[in-house]
Ligand binder design. Structure first.
Ligand code: GLY
Ligand code: MN
Ligand code: MN
Length: 447
């Protein structure tokens, strides 16, 4: 019991400061926009067409930024940045479990909690000047119905998205725990692969180790054996056990949710020693070195370009490509082997908002034309959390045009052919930029 109580007190100590930060941001944007308050809706379920069931409920991220209530539709936060935040907590009379949970949660004392037994009772709690209140949520018809005058103002959303990049100590602790738990799952998944399991079975081992199912996970797990690792968004789970002699490689990209915050971790494992195992080790060195290059004031897109330089040198050193580094990058050859971005912001969402924003009013800087899939162009600053996830893949649909094109004769196709059965490599860590250096949440959790 003691460690859990310690964890509880850590969270309650950090939570006051977290709420102070959110209150300050709320005051600031309300003043800027001449608004009176924010009515933040947890959301509603969506009915499946011609069915009597709903899709899994996904809470509004602006709601879970305030408290870790992730599974309850029809809740509201009424905040003006000054008064104690009002939480309208939906508790239909026939569901008593929520009531039992409440008194133990560390966040309870920080809210003026009122209960709704029916969704429409929200109307009884809204202030008189609700025309001056912004609605934040995904159900504009509800905002209209209850008379909230300002639905999802763009200036408010931009402001909140921009500032969300700077995590509070409470949020960093959530992200640390999301990594601790995720690493437990990754170790179980690796053991399961090494024991001969199928993709489906490995995924079960992961979910069992983290104690979360597919609906709670921040994204669909990628569990890929052999050539499936070359399919970047492979979310199929084969039930087939691959015989030992045909087992080559295993890539797993899987995270967990902790109090509404995501981890996003990838590891690649080789079944046996050899060239592919060496390539994993070499990319791992490059990944750690690029992480060491993260500095406040550098732009994320520049770090991405540096990773292409590193990859080009790796392709040279392993004799996969015989070209100069500049030529390889300039002609797009490194894009063939590393076609996605180096990483993205991480937090309430796995691809957290604000990666392209250059100012709080939302000024957008698109990814460079050469790297259209990059998800972050922002200047890196203290308090931000990123993924760093370089990859090196053997993807047929990208290799074919290279083979036929002008640079085709500079590629060692025998070597490519030998590595194709392994699919590819991605190594993804979650890192925090502090004033005195980078904290690697994933590695420090033991992966
Ligand atoms: N798992 C999604 C990503 O790595 O961005
Ligand atoms: Mn990932
Ligand atoms: Mn990622």
């Amino acid at each position: 019991i003691r460690p859990e109580q310690d964890a509880m007190s850590t969270y309650s100590q950090l939570f006051a400061q977290h709420l102070d930060t959110l209150q300050r941001r709320t005051r600031d944007i309300l003043q800027q926009q001449g608004l009176s308050g924010l009515a933040i809706h947890s959301g509603q379920t969506h009915r499946i067409f011609l069915d009597d069931q709903d899709y899994p409920f996904k809470v509004n991220p602006q709601f879970k930024a305030w408290l870790p209530v992730l599974d309850n539709p029809h809740c509201w936060l009424l905040v003006d940045g000054v008064s104690k935040p009002v939480l309208l907590f939906y508790r239909p009379v026939d569901f008593w479990h929520k009531v039992a949970d409440l008194p133990n949660a560390f966040w309870v004392d920080f809210f003026d909690i009122r209960f709704l037994t029916r969704p429409e009772q929200v109307a009884d709690h809204l202030p008189a000047d609700k025309q001056e209140w912004a609605y934040l949520g995904g159900h504009l018809e509800v905002a209209q119905l209850v008379g909230l005058g300002q639905p999802n103002p763009e200036a408010v959303l931009n402001y909140l998205h921009y500032h969300r990049a700077y995590k509070t100590p409470y949020e960093l602790e959530c992200l640390r725990d999301a990594n601790r738990l995720g690493v437990r799952g990754h170790i179980a998944a690796k053991d399961s692969f090494m024991a001969g399991a199928s993709e489906f079975e490995i995924n079960l081992a992961y979910m069992k180790a983290v104690g979360q199912g597919a609906n709670e996970a921040p994204y669909g797990n990628i569990v890929a054996i052999n050539r499936n690792a070359a399919i970047l968004h492979y979310t199929h789970l084969s039930t087939q056990r691959v015989p030992d002699a045909e087992r080559h490689s295993f890539l797993i990209d899987a995270g967990v949710d902790y109090h509404g915050y995501a981890s996003d971790i990838t590891r690649t494992w080789a079944w046996r020693r050899g060239e592919f195992a060496d390539l994993i080790a070499a990319l791992d060195v490059q990944q750690q070195e690029i992480i060491a290059e993260i500095k406040p004031g550098r732009r994320y897109s520049e770090l991405h370009l540096q990773m292409h330089h590193r990859l080009a040198r790796l392709l040279q050193a392993t004799e996969l490509v015989d070209m100069s580094v500049d030529e390889m990058i300039h002609t797009g050859v490194t894009n063939v082997f590393f076609p996605h971005g180096l990483g993205h912001f991480l937090g309430l969402q796995v691809h957290d908002a604000g990666g392209f924003m250059q100012a709080e009013r939302g000024t957008h800087l698109a990814a460079p034309e050469q790297f259209p899939y990059l998800r972050c162009t922002r200047v890196m600053e203290v308090g931000q959390v990123f993924t760093i996830e370089p990859g090196l893949y053997f993807i047929d649909s990208l290799l074919e045009p290279l083979r036929r094109g002008e640079q085709g004769k500079r590629v060692n196709w025998n070597k490519v052919e030998a590595l194709r059965p392994f699919g590819g490599i991605r190594i993804e860590d979650n890192v925090v930029l502090h004033g005195d250096g980078v904290e690697n949440l994933t590695r420090q959790a033991g992966l």
